[in-house]
Design a protein around this ligand. Sequence first.
Ligand SMILES: N[C@H](CCC[C@H](N)C(=O)O)C(=O)O
Length: 276
Amino acid sequence: MTLKFTKMHGAGNDFVVLDGVRQQIALSPEQVRYIADRHFGIGCDQILLVERTPREDADFRYRIFNADGGEVEQCGNGARCFVRFVHDHKLTSKREIVVETKSGLISPRLEDDGRVTVNMGAPIFEPALIPFVSDSQDAIQPLQVGNETVQITAVSMGNPHAVQVVDDIETAPLSTQGHLIETHPRFPKRVNAGYMQIVDREHIKLRVFERGAGETLSCGTGACAAVVAGIRRRLLDNSVHVATRGGTLSITWAGEHSPVLMTGPAITVFEGEINL
Ligand SMILES: N[C@H](CCC[C@H](N)C(=O)O)C(=O)O
């Protein structure tokens, strides 16, 4: 089978985007891993599959597969690339669309300056819904990682995140802690491990060891989770610029049950075909 694909990135978090509207696509985990492989395949952090949806209240369905082959609930940087893709490939003329994901509806919008704003929905703190094994919803909770105890904020943006505050992002222990947190038994569906450095109340630096992909240059839901965590810890104001290794994302959250808004880039790099 020959598949047309589009290679895209959102602040360096890169994607292979597949048009499941004009092509009939059903990928096995092995095929996902092959496409995502940076030596034997195309190479990407995630694969994004665009599909029609039967829902009346949505324009498309959006399926996300991590490089390890697992299908997941949400991808923030991918949502921005999604709306750029469907607009540029003339699957819609709308500049704002409603997209069905495994974790609910999101609405990305193309801005006049070329960036994309996404309403990512409200963060979730109930442990059972993250999911996180805990009898507390405190903003800061201890987590035993190897032979040390770290202080995390557990939050879901549709996908699970464990966020820490560090003094220096450059020395954050992603290489030693990242996988241990990702696979921690208190996160039954595994978790994305975020490390943020507070620059001031409107600026942070962020690195994320992503579930199913390892450290990426940027993580959109991770940026949302980090800002929410910082606001809950009373360290940040409501609008924050998040500097990631691949670029800057702007996140706004008014607190409580209000939605998190994310604005950032969505870039098309090249089009191609791959034989599966
Ligand atoms: N690794 C994530 C999915 C991709 C999220 C990230 N690339 C983003 O931009 O939000 C997870 O397993 O939940």
